[in-house]
Design a protein around this ligand. Structure first.
Ligand code: DC
Length: 222
């Protein structure tokens, strides 16, 4: 079967990373979490105490930071300038900061070439917000995963609890709504379903069902 390029986009908490990771592992493909790349930049910017409105400084961080994604047994390990930031980039502080980083055109431009390079040989599942529209507009398979905001907040809540963060469900819902708004309303590469993407609402589906649906779509393309 041809080694495909698979783009999975959608809002926060729709299940993209779990689904993308599983599909990649079943097909023996590389998984690329582009959200983690924005998070690594946000983490570095916070470490440097940068203002979220300072686009010049944020762009400079994006241009100079060394980001590496390595496959570990438990999933992807993310390195920023050689330091393992897999855990800290998921903190509520970085999560609250990252949308302002992701809306800066210079930041997005700095990551675009890197992301395209990572997908150049195919055999890749890349997840994010603008993969099907901007990063890989010629991807073989484009999926747009979504779920109700209530369901997404509840999933994030459970995920954070297992990681030891205790955050109110109502607060998470508000944060997700705010992040959806920022991601969808920004001028540069907003979160939007590509016209040729297949919409999958995961609200009432298990991970396994979503994965099987995507594998079926891939078989038709392969
Ligand atoms: O998927 P995530 O929650 O880890 O993404 C973190 C942030 O990065 C989120 O605000 C959306 C943004 N993002 C983006 O703008 N484009 C991408 N391709 C991936 C993520």
């Amino acid at each position: 079967m041809k080694r495909l390029t698979i783009a999975i986009d959608g809002p926060a908490g729709a299940g993209k990373s779990t689904v993308a990771k599983t599909v990649a592992s079943l097909l023996n493909y590389i998984y690329i979490d582009t959200g983690a790349m924005y998070r690594a930049i946000a983490w570095e910017a916070r470490k440097k105490n940068l203002d979220s409105r300072d686009e010049t400084a944020l762009t400079a961080v994006a241009r100079t930071i060394q980001i590496e994604l390595k496959n570990g047994g438990e999933g992807l390990i993310i390195f920023a300038n050689g330091q393992d930031v897999t855990q800290p980039i998921r903190s509520p502080e970085v999560t609250a900061f990252v949308a302002s980083v992701a809306k800066v055109p210079g930041v997005r431009k700095a990551l675009l070439g890197l992301q395209r390079q990572m997908a150049v040989s195919g055999g890749v599942v890349m997840d994010g917000r603008d993969i099907g529209t901007t990063v890989l507009p010629r991807a073989d398979v484009k999926i747009f995963l979504t779920a109700t905001v209530e369901e997404r907040a509840s999933r994030r809540h459970k995920e954070l609890l297992t990681k030891g963060y205790s955050v109110e469900l109502a607060t998470l819902k508000q944060e997700i709504e705010e992040r959806d708004r920022l991601d969808s309303e920004r001028d540069c590469a907003p979160l939007i379903q590509a016209t040729d993407a297949i919409l999958v609402d995961t609200s009432d589906l298990t991970i396994e069902q979503v994965v099987q649906d995507i594998l079926t779509i891939c078989r038709r393309k392969g």
